[in-house]
Design a protein around this ligand. Structure first.
Ligand SMILES: [Zn+2]
Length: 255
């Protein structure tokens, strides 16, 4: 299939293992170039802890902001927030998204996403037209106490129909995850962070439509190539592949 622009909706700046933003770009960009990934969505940050303090959230956001500002054609970003610190989260949302350069929000495992603290954050996200990338797992043996599942995200998305959500990892157990988010049209699923198993992308397109599936790698935790294989190797049309690899994220980000 012809190589169109590829947007990776989900990467982490962990490649440099504690190095500077420049070290991180030096590590990531050659691999992105080799795989045709033009634009990468940065989330969390080098600190990468499950319950970050406001100071750690700001340090992670400062790091990603430097990458975005130095390589604006290669990186965009989701502001890291810890919604347990609600006032700080709203301030950080104004500072990083309303003030730039971030375009969306990343939420990991600090709080389960059906918690009421998410409501004011989602209301502000709707005003800013900022998509929310939410980690979602259906973990074998049960999730961690504050970890969100796709079912929790469906509950939140029903309360905020004007916000676009991306269910990161499609729940890991994707057969359950796709089913759980299917009734909520404002939820997309990404392809990242699990093994390149056959059938995932086909099921996501069949249940959600190709408009609701986006390519993400979870680099540097996963390779670009193994996650691209889920799209390139899928038994779907080339037009659907182009939507998943780039066109859908262009729409989500209003590029
Ligand atoms: Zn991730």
């Amino acid at each position: 299939m012809a190589t169109a622009t590829i947007i990776d909706c989900h990467v982490h700046p962990t490649a440099a293992k504690g190095g500077s933003p420049t070290d991180c770009a030096d590590r990531l960009l050659p691999y992105a170039d080799r795989m045709g990934v033009e634009l990468m969505g940065l989330s969390l940050g080098p600190i990468f802890v499950q319950q970050p303090t406001p100071e750690q959230v700001e340090a992670d956001n400062d790091y990603n902001a430097e990458l975005i500002e130095r390589w604006p054609d290669r990186f965009f970003g989701y502001t890291n927030l810890n919604p347990n610190y609600l006032r700080h989260s709203l301030a950080e949302l104004d500072r990083r998204v309303a003030g730039g350069p971030f375009m969306g929000i990343k939420l990991w495992v600090a709080i389960c996403c059906d918690h009421p603290n998410l409501d004011p954050i989602c209301e502000r996200a709707a005003e800013l037209d900022a998509p929310i990338l939410q980690h979602t797992f259906f973990r074998t043996g049960g999730n961690m106490p504050t970890e969100s599942s796709p079912a929790h995200l469906a509950t939140l998305a029903a309360r905020h129909p004007d916000v676009t959500f991306i269910a990161a990892h499609a729940g890991l157990n994707w057969e359950r995850g796709i089913r759980a988010v299917a009734p909520q049209p404002n939820i997309l699923v990404d392809t990242c962070g699990f093994d390149p198993e056959m059938g995932y992308t086909e099921m996501a397109v069949a249940w959600l439509g190709s408009e609701r599936v986006v390519y993400g790698s979870d680099a540097a935790g996963r390779s670009f190539a193994s996650q691209l294989a889920k799209v390139h190797g899928a038994d779907i049309s080339d037009a659907d592949k182009r939507k998943i690899l780039g066109a859908n994220m262009r729409r989500v980000l209003s590029l």
